[in-house]
Write a protein that binds this ligand. Structure first.
Ligand code: AMP
Ligand code: MG
Length: 415
């Protein structure tokens, strides 16, 4: 057996990093930037009004107050998206809406609430006179050009994992395309003669399989594009042809089932026939067996990751091993999930004394103390997926350690 850290090290060292490509920034949520993005221009591109009001020369309205209003001649109204056609001279003003360029000559905007213009009296036409009821400092009511992003400034650095607000930032600087790592196309190949999918009637000895839908959904959440390779029987020819075609069109392939120790499973035979597979015994519980190899593909070497078939093992193996490998291929500098030091709300099941670190499924909540509290789910066997389905964390318990209620325990947050 090797420990998880070592298994991760050999796995991640073997997996290739994708070549960066040009990504449409509109569609780059969750992708990693491969190059810095520099702002070609200022954001906002021009000084504009941050309020609905009247663009003034601050000096003109110095001393203005409710009791001593300053009267200004209105030149007209400027909407967002249009521009004033004349500068503001002494004693003059343009009515401006939020986002409208500040007309030349003006250096502040008095908000409409501090003028005689009310919702019923719209003073925005040339020839109107508006009374300003309070003074303003120069610059008030305006947003300066470049006050969000300056031309030439680093907007987002290489390695940034793009989130929705980042897509907004990229759009705001006009970066429609960025250099980044595309979504991996990951095949899911489920194996087992006993498995039935798609609502067919169960015959004796058969079960409905659960890993395909689960893995496809997990991949989507990891920002991959899953490729459903279906359910293969334990049949060498079937497996071989499905895997060969997967290697042609996928960046990576996940298989489920047939990786147990001493398995005479055809999965093992087929994978071995493709060559170069590593059969690991990882010192974790569940999900001890894990197989991987990096096979030749048309664009780049294609990792094939063999997850155990037991549904909870498949889930844990995916989280702790497969997902980090896929994330690394997509350029994530930190491919691992978040680990938080939590508090056990109940004693955790006792370790088995088998030299393996237990990853117990726990449901988590933040307590009034601001800390993460973890409680084990009711069934911890590796076939009990329904119990694990409500878990949102894996409590990591080293072999030999007993965790009582109130003890601290590292919790790996599930995606
Ligand atoms: P295996 O890893 O193929 O030896 O399978 C181990 C156990 O997990 C067996 O009880 C299988 O029936 C079960 N199993 C394998 N694949 C699946 C699946 N996709 N869905 C549900 N159970 C599975
Ligand atoms: Mg099997």
């Amino acid at each position: 057996m090797i420990d998880l850290a070592e298994a991760r090290r050999v796995l991640l060292a073997a997996c290739p990093l994708l070549e960066p490509v040009g990504l449409d920034s509109d569609d780059a949520d969750g992708c990693v930037l491969a190059a810095d993005v520099i702002a070609p221009g200022n954001v906002p591109p021009f000084d504009n009004s941050s309020v609905d009001g009247y663009a003034v020369r601050a000096a003109d309205v110095a001393g203005a107050a409710q009791s001593s209003p300053v009267r200004l001649d209105v030149l007209g109204s400027v909407m967002a998206g249009s521009v004033a056609d004349r500068p503001v001279g002494p004693g003059q003003t343009w009515k401006v809406m939020t986002g409208a360029p500040v007309p030349e000559g003006a250096d502040a905007v008095v908000m409409v609430e501090r003028t005689s213009a009310t919702r019923t009296v719209q003073l925005g036409t040339a020839g109107d006179v508006v009374e300003v009821l309070s003074e303003v400092a120069a610059g008030a009511g305006t947003r300066r050009a470049g006050s969000d992003v300056r031309a030439g400034e680093l907007v987002l650095g290489a390695g940034t994992v793009l989130r929705p607000a980042h897509l907004g930032v990229l759009a705001s600087v006009g970066a429609w395309q960025v250099s980044g790592y595309r979504r991996l196309q990951v095949g899911v190949l489920v194996t087992g003669d006993e498995l039935v999918t798609g609502g067919a009637e169960l015959r004796p000895g058969q079960i409905y399989e659960s890993n395909r839908a689960m893995l496809l959904a997990l991949l989507r959440r990891a920002n991959c594009e899953p490729v459903d390779l279906g359910v293969a029987g334990d049949d060498v020819t079937d497996l071989q042809s499905r895997l060969s075609s997967a290697l042609e069109r996928c960046d990576a392939v996940l298989t489920s089932g047939g990786v147990s120790m001493g398995d005479s499973d055809p999965v093992r035979a087929v994978l071995d026939r493709f060559g170069g597979l590593n059969w690991l015994q990882v010192a974790i519980r569940p999900a001890k067996p894990f197989a991987f190899g990096v096979l030749p593909g048309p664009r780049h070497p294609v990792p094939v990751l063999g997850l155990p078939g037991n549904p909870v093992s498949a889930l844990v193996s995916y989280e702790l091993l497969a997902r980090p490998a896929l994330r690394q291929m997509m350029g994530h500098a930190d491919p691992y999930g978040r680990v938080v030091l939590g508090v056990a709300d109940a004693p955790l099941p006792r370790p088995h004394g088998d030299g393996r670190t237990a990853y117990l499924r726990v449901s988590c909540r933040f307590g009034p103390d601001g800390r993460l509290h973890a409680r084990p789910v009711s069934g911890q066997d590796s076939h009990q997926l329904s119990a694990s389905a409500s878990a949102d964390g894996l409590a990591q318990v080293e072999d030999g350690r007993r965790v009582e209620a109130g003890d601290e325990v590292p919790v790996h947050l599930l995606s």
